[in-house]
Design a protein around this ligand. Sequence first.
Ligand code: F6P
Length: 308
Amino acid sequence: NACVRAVVRTAIFKGLEVYGVYRGYEGMIEGDIKRMHSYSVSNIVQRGGTILKSARSEEFRTPEGRKKAYNNLMKHGIEGIVAIGGDGTFTGAKIFFEEFGIPTIGCPGTIDNDLYGTDYTIGFDTAVNTALEAIDKIRDTAAAHDRIFFIEVMGRDAGFIAVESGIGGGAEFVMVPETATDIEGVVKSLKNLRKTKSSSIIVVAEGDDAGNAEEVMQKVKSKIKDTSKEFKVTTLGHIQRGGNPTARDRVLASRCGMAAVEGLLKGEVNCMAGVMNQQVVYTPFGDCIGKTKPLIEDHLKLIEILSI
Ligand code: F6P
């Protein structure tokens, strides 16, 4: 929402006419497109989600669907597009630009932070803080009852949320899709840790190679003989995808939204407006989709060192 607001208001500030496309590419195909004014985005900067709604569109994957979308945009005389989303959104935007040539810029909107071309994505900081708050609360029970908790956070293909919430939440282990999970190693470390700690927090990204939190817990449990130890699983799920955005997210969203409109006016096309090292950068969609943003290596080391 903060990004939508920034796009609308920057464009109006620059003397442009703005339309909102509802439900993403699905609404583009169905012609669900409405004029937006500066007041259309009043009172939304603090709200999670998106007033424009979101949808997955199978039809936009087809040339016929994209042609319908193009015709609808032409009805309104639309000359530039700002697409907010992640991998799927940019894959669609790239094909659409290549087919019809309407100048398009993306803004990085995904809680997963897995987009190349920006240090952080819009929604990530809020998701991490939500996960962190939950981990802090779960820790109270873990400590009081001497339990081992496996907490599942989102991240089908990326472990950014797991790593940052794990560091902030003082987790003993973090399991992520990017690195091979060594169950034997975890079991060995848990046994060692028992000499100094009576409870443990293990953060598991939902897409970890060893399975989700429940599966990982079963694998670890089956290798630990001490039956007095209680193992618990908590899946945080979609609470990570909502709620009032943090200040960091609102600022990032506002910057990217403004940069997208300014980029279009400067002639940048077929790319994403992101922020790297505090600077706005425009990265071709091809790179955003094709290149993998690696986890920060120091972060993985931190978890290992600080969990002793
Ligand atoms: O792509 C972002 C993401 O949050 C993933 O980490 C997660 O697996 C997925 O979305 C959940 O999507 P849905 O709400 O469609 O189940």
